[in-house]
Ligand binder design. Structure first.
Ligand code: GAF
Length: 384
């Protein structure tokens, strides 16, 4: 639970107005990596880390956005929104505003205060939290209510079309639609989802390798291109295959030799990851935690060896967790090339697990990691 009092107080002091306050969480993905833009399956959880957005109207036609994290403010004209990004933190909130304007909403002047505790560059979706909190705040000021999945799509568009990062739908979707104590098995084709309860005796232990992750980075973009390349080869034989979601392991066996070695490996990851993700949701729902752990281990191996989106530190973090008491499953989570591992751990062992993992990781890599024991939180909403 985030206390809105500090945000209210700095908003009041800065803007002499009482804000309406909204919160949007970051996320951790249990399994299903780089499958969202292939219209496949993902299984994320909203977490306790979040962005808070406080908003109040202005009468001078200006949009003033203040970030408490950066201690900085940016000023825009509501009637003359910027056409593109300026490689600045404000690209995310103003990108959302610009997409809302493109949707035909009349954008008024407003003051927006932002504060968040999602660790930046850690693969826990600080940008999606920022976008979704902004979108909720601005739409509520305008008096428009979008269903969660629609809000998520608008925020994804802000990131794709304004910020220029080619992400899928997962992060914005879970931030807008997360359910307390549940993971969501999300079908990224039609955005339908199934809730999978996280058992009360299972803790989410998130271990930050401290290696910076970025969706805007070249690794994410090149992997996505290779996935699309693999899909195009299969589609040249089976035109009904529009995304790798439609492809099978058998397709790879038949036509994989026509792909570049990288496209073949990336496609194999995506195709098998979709199968693992659906199986993992079933395992979670039926309380088969041994099977869930096995699938997570397989997913990490695939992410590291076929998708080559892990790094030495994340592989070490996963390996070092393996024989610690209480571990159910561990893997690198998020877009890759750094960030955090997710460890599902029996709750009674969570604290000693976290301490032992931190000590082992520091010992092996010389890096002091941050380890967080999180719970599955609800999605974005207004805080009264
Ligand atoms: C990042 C992206 F933003 C998501 O859309 C998703 O592709 C993920 O990486 C990888 O699963 O978080």
């Amino acid at each position: 639970m985030h206390d809105p009092a500090p945000l209210r107080s700095f908003h009041r002091n800065r803007f002499q107005a009482e804000p309406a306050v909204f919160v949007a969480p970051g996320r951790v993905n249990l399994i299903g990596e780089h499958t969202d833009y292939a219209e496949g399956f993902v299984m994320p959880v909203a977490i306790d880390f979040a962005t808070l957005a406080g908003i109040s109207p202005r009468t001078d036609g200006k949009i003033v956005i203040y970030s408490e994290n950066y201690g900085k403010e940016r000023v825009f004209e509501a009637a003359a929104l910027p056409a593109g990004p300026s490689q600045h933190w404000s690209d995310y909130p103003i990108g959302v505003v610009s997409i809302l304007a493109a949707e035909g909403l009349a954008i008024p002047g407003f003051s927006l205060s932002l504060w968040g505790d999602v660790p930046l560059g850690s693969g826990l979706s600080s940008s999606a939290a920022l976008e979704v909190a902004t979108a909720l705040a601005v739409t509520s000021l305008i008096g428009v209510t979008y269903p969660g999945p629609v809000l998520a799509r608008l925020c994804q568009r802000a990131e794709n079309e304004f910020v220029g990062a080619n992400c899928g739908i997962m992060d914005q979707f879970i931030s807008a639609n997360g359910e307390e104590d549940h993971a969501l098995l999300l079908d990224c084709r039609d955005l339908s989802f199934k809730l999978a309860p996280i058992p009360a005796n299972v803790a989410l232990v998130i271990a930050n390798t401290m290696v910076k992750h970025s969706v805007a980075g070249s690794g994410y973009t090149s992997r996505r291109a290779e996935v699309e390349e693999g899909c195009a080869v299969i589609a040249s034989h089976r035109p009904e295959v529009r995304f790798l979601r439609d492809a099978t392991v058998d397709d790879l066996a038949r036509w994989g030799s026509e792909m570049s070695p990288n496209a073949l490996k990336r496609s194999r990851h995506v195709i098998t990851e979709n199968l693992r993700t659906v199986a993992a949701a079933k395992a979670l729902i039926t309380h088969n935690l041994t099977e869930l752990g096995r699938l997570m281990a397989e997913a990490h191996a695939s992410y590291s060896q076929d998708f080559e989106a892990s790094c030495v530190e994340a592989d070490a973090m996963v390996a070092l967790a393996q024989d610690l008491p209480g571990l159910i499953g561990a893997r690198l989570t998020g877009g890759g090339f750094g960030g955090c591992t997710i460890n599902l751990v029996e709750r009674e062992h969570a604290i000693e697990f976290a301490e032992a993992l931190a000590a082992r990781y520091a010992d092996q890599t010389g890096i002091v990691p941050q380890i967080h024991i999180c719970h599955a939180s609800g999605g974005a909403h207004r805080i009264e």
